[in-house]
Design a binder for this molecule. Structure first.
Ligand SMILES: Nc1ncnc2c1ncn2[C@@H]1O[C@H](COP(=O)(O)OP(=O)(O)OP(=O)(O)O)[C@@H](O)[C@H]1O
Length: 233
């Protein structure tokens, strides 16, 4: 469970999150939407301590994020929109293996996780390719594979589908379905609800740093009419 309790975040004097409270149970598929600048990225960055709140707290699986950053970063896998800066190794396989290696797992387990994660994003057998030779969409898939290989309890993807072609998107979505069925909480930040509207358990919309919509997608559909999000027909 990710528990956001009365979180306010300011950049200088500007309030980006205004007293946000939200609980995300294990195994829930939550879509976080909202206009540019509404606070989505700021909010998810609190889930694993990349940002600290000015007020309030975030508790992950019973532990306050601020009190144990390692626990939060192990529990919450995070993939950002432009993963260019997040690669730590030259090759695809080494990059995806980096996180599991830091967990101190046996080599066979690491190799199995890397192979499984690459398969999930449609990059099987491409371990030895250089990350800097990949296309933007392929890099995004490597970043997603890196998060999957950590087997986090919660997986957060910030605009994960922008650079992906249709087969890759299908493949990632199907893996997200499997993860959710296995009890992993999935949070997808996106403007484009077409792929996720029917599979989400819950849709949360932020406006000016506050939660303005929160409920099952079918029930809150009408509230989306005036928002800059793409809803399926
Ligand atoms: N590092 C920063 N320094 C100052 N202001 C920031 C910083 N990051 C974000 N902001 C501001 O905080 C507000 C919320 O930004 P945030 O990136 O969380 O929104 P978002 O909903 O994720 O937007 P987008 O859909 O464009 O990614 C915006 O007004 C933004 O300009």
């Amino acid at each position: 469970m990710i528990s956001v309790r009365g979180v306010t975040h300011r950049y200088g004097g500007a309030v980006a999150l205004d007293d946000v409270s939200l609980s995300i149970p294990d195994g829930e598929f939550l879509v976080l939407a909202g206009a540019n600048g509404s606070g989505k990225t700021t909010l998810v960055r609190h889930f694993n301590g990349l940002l600290a709140p000015d007020e309030g707290e975030v508790v992950v699986d019973g532990t306050a994020v601020g009190s144990d950053l390692v626990a939060a970063r192990t529990a919450v896998g995070m993939v950002f929109q432009d993963p260019r800066d997040s690669f730590v190794a030259a090759t695809v396989g080494a990059d995806v293996a980096f996180g599991p290696e830091n967990l101190g797992l046996p080599r066979a387990e690491i190799d199995a996780r890397v192979a499984d994660a690459l398969e999930a994003v449609g990059l099987s057998g491409r371990e030895d390719e250089r990350v800097d030779r990949l296309s933007g969409g392929e890099r995004e898939r490597v970043a997603i594979a890196g998060a999957l290989a950590m087997h986090p309890n919660h997986l957060v993807l910030d605009e994960p589908f922008t650079g992906l072609d249709e087969p890759a998107r299908r493949s990632v979505l199907s893996r997200l379905d499997d993860l959710r069925a296995g009890g992993t909480g999935v949070v997808v930040v996106t403007h484009d609800l077409r792929d996720v509207f029917d599979r989400a358990d819950r849709l949360v919309v932020l406006s000016n740093g506050r939660v303005t919509v929160d409920g099952p997608p079918a029930e809150v559909r009408d509230a989306l009419a005036d928002l800059p999000v793409r809803v399926p027909d």
